[in-house]
Every structure is written in structure tokens, then in C-alpha cells.
Design a protein around this ligand. Structure first.
Ligand code: UDP
Ligand code: MG
Length: 315
């Protein structure tokens, strides 16, 4: 019998967990030909998430949990889940039912057909999302797809079902600044995309503020393309060329028509503009440097405070 692990990153999901569990339980009950493991990763919740999980374990032996020593972010939670999953197939699913467990049977069928190694999901709509957020999200995907060789699918969710082989490949990517949507694309494999309409959160509220998402977007860009660095070099060359032409023009003009001292306001504007551009690109370089700095420290990506024991846990 094949084993399926469902990895569920949870941060303060106490109110959403009962509904989530009910639905997953229903779906898994129908899939009798599989054995299930529900691996909840409690990402430093400050509500009753952990207590709820402990209660759930009493009734359902398929449940396991990992608790972090503090909040490490969804990326870290997903990594911990993938590293500790023991299934032949592994699914990553949000705890707020925005990733419908109902799709699981269909996803499993695709994997079983042998034509695919991974089944990914994307939202066909962004209904229910603030307009500004949708707008910036769309811009981000346009931008990053222009800049990066690794393809990022607009509306892609982290909801995936994959074979052990894909899980191992993802886990092998041990970078500190993780951007999973890119990593999945990076490791490749035959991926089947399925779309579904956006579902609103069942309970509780989103864990992401606008600025957190913005920072996450920058993380994605820095992690998957170095084009901004090349651009800064190109801009440097462009500005040198412009300056060079201007020098010739001014020298010739001075020789022919003399040199009435004027034009300092324009000079100030140019200095301001050029130093602005310089600082901007310095900032970009700083961004890459900062990420490189964090990588070299090799700090753990998460720290486990407590977890359920399982005899077939690998690590
Ligand atoms: N999450 C997490 N750690 C965090 C933030 C979020 O484990 O620091 C989990 C959260 O519990 C949920 C999933 O990641 O299961 C998606 O988060 P959320 O629903 O808040 O994001 P949204 O769907 O609004 O993008
Ligand atoms: Mg959500």
C-alpha cells in the first residue's frame, strides 16, 4: 500500500483546524487504497494550535506534528514537513482550506498514471483578494518571468502533490532564502497543472501583510535571477557613454563660442539624478550581498522544539 504524507504548515490556525481536519478526514476516508500520514508543522503559533494538534493525535494515529521554537515562516515549515515526511507521495496543503483537499483524489490519479512526477495547482481567479494585492502580484509575475529562466506560474499555489523523487530533489536544495515556487520549477520533473477557482479562507485571517509579501517577492527575484546586477552594469556603461558625448559637446561648444558660466541648476539636477541611480543600484547589489551573507552563515532554517516520535522517521 502506498503511503501519502500531507504536510500542513500552521501558524495560528486554531480556528481553522477543526474544519480542515474534518474535510481531510472525509477525503482520505474515501481513498482506501492509500495509507495516510498527516504531518502538521506548527510554525511557532501563539494560539492553541499545538494543544489542538495534541488533542487530535489522541483520536487519530495518522497525525504527527512538529513544533518550532518560534515562528520561522511558511517556507521553513514546508521544508521541515518535506524533510520529515515518510510517504511515497507527499502533498503540501494550507490549513485554511484555501487548498481544497477535495482535489487530492484527482491529483493522485495523475501521479498513478505514471505520466507525471508532480501535480501542481494554480488559482484561475484571484477573487476575494484585495485589488492592490492582485495588481502587484500580477506585476511581480510578469517581471520575474521576463528576468528569470526559471518559469513562475501566475496564481501558482504551494499546494502540490509529488513523488518521493521530487521531494528528495527539493530537500536537496538547502538554501537559506527559500522561494518554493521557484525551487519546484528549478528541480523540474513532469508537472501537471490543474486550476481551480480561488477559495476564501475558512476561518482566521491571513498571515501575510502587504509588506511581507513585498519582501517575499524581492526574495523570489534575488533567489532566481541576477539580471538586476547585470542591469546595473549596463546602466553604468550607458551613463558613461552619455557623459562622454556630453563632454565632447561641451568642449567643442566652449572652444567655438567661449564659456559663459551658466547652467548650474541643470548641473545640480543631473548630479541628483545620477547619484539617485547610483544609490539605487548600490541598493540592488546590497540586496544580493545581504542574501549571500545570510547563506554563508549556514544557520538552521528552523529549530524544532518538540515533535511526535515515529519509528520510520528518517531524520
Ligand atoms: N503559515 C506558516 N507560517 C507563517 C505564515 C503562514 O506556517 O509564518 C501557514 C499558514 O498557517 C497557512 C499557510 O501557511 O496554512 C498559508 O498562510 P495564509 O493562509 O496566511 O496565506 P495566504 O493564503 O493568505 O497567502
Ligand atoms: Mg490562506
Amino acid at each position: 500500500m502506498k503511503k501519502v504524507t500531507i504536510v500542513v504548515p500552521c501558524h495560528n490556525e486554531s480556528v481553522a483546524l477543526p474544519a480542515f481536519y474534518r474535510e481531510v478526514d472525509e477525503v482520505t476516508a474515501e481513498l482506501k487504497e492509500y495509507e495516510f500520514e498527516l504531518l502538521f508543522v506548527d510554525d511557532g503559533s501563539t494560539d492553541d494550535t499545538l494543544a489542538d494538534l495534541k488533542k487530535m493525535i489522541e483520536e487519530d494515529k495518522r497525525i504527527r506534528y512538529i513544533t518550532f521554537s518560534r515562528n520561522f515562516g511558511k517556507e521553513a515549515a514546508m521544508l521541515a514537513g518535506l524533510e520529515h515526511a515518510t510517504g511515497d507521495y507527499v502533498a503540501v496543503m494550507d490549513a485554511d482550506l484555501q487548498d481544497p483537499p477535495k482535489l487530492l483524489p484527482k491529483m493522485l490519479k495523475y501521479l498513478e498514471s505514471g505520466d507525471y512526477d508532480s501535480v501542481a495547482t494554480r488559482r484561475s481567479t484571484r477573487q476575494g483578494e484585495p485589488a492592490l494585492r492582485s495588481f502587484f502580484a500580477k506585476m511581480f509575475y510578469k517581471l520575474i518571468n521576463k528576468m528569470s529562466k526559471v518559469e513562475m506560474v501566475d496564481g501558482a499555489r504551494d499546494y502540490r502533490l509529488m513523488t518521493r523523487q521530487v521531494v528528495d530533489a527539493i530537500v536537496e536544495c538547502q538554501e537559506y532564502n527559500r522561494y518554493s515556487k521557484g525551487l519546484w520549477s528549478f528541480v523540474g520533473f513532469r508537472t501537471k497543472w490543474i486550476s481551480y477557482e480561488n477559495v476564501e479562507r475558512v476561518a482566521g485571517k491571513t498571515n501575510w501583510s502587504f509588506w511581507q509579501l513585498f519582501a517575499y517577492a524581492i526574495e523570489g527575484i534575488v533567489a532566481f535571477t541576477t539580471l538586476p546586477l547585470t542591469l546595473s552594469a549596463l546602466f553604468g556603461i550607458l551613463f558613461c557613454l552619455v557623459a562622454f558625448v556630453l563632454i565632447i559637446v561641451i568642449v567643442v561648444k566652449t572652444l567655438l563660442f567661449g564659456d559663459p558660466v551658466s547652467g548650474w541648476p541643470s548641473l545640480v539636477c543631473i548630479i541628483m539624478f545620477v547619484s539617485g541611480v547610483q544609490l539605487f543600484f548600490l541598493g540592488i547589489i546590497g540586496e544580493y550581498l545581504a542574501k549571500a551573507y545570510l547563506e554563508t552563515k549556514k544557520r538552521p532554517k528552523y529549530i524544532i522544539r518538540e515533535m511526535t516520535e515515529s519509528k520510520d522517521v528518517k531524520k
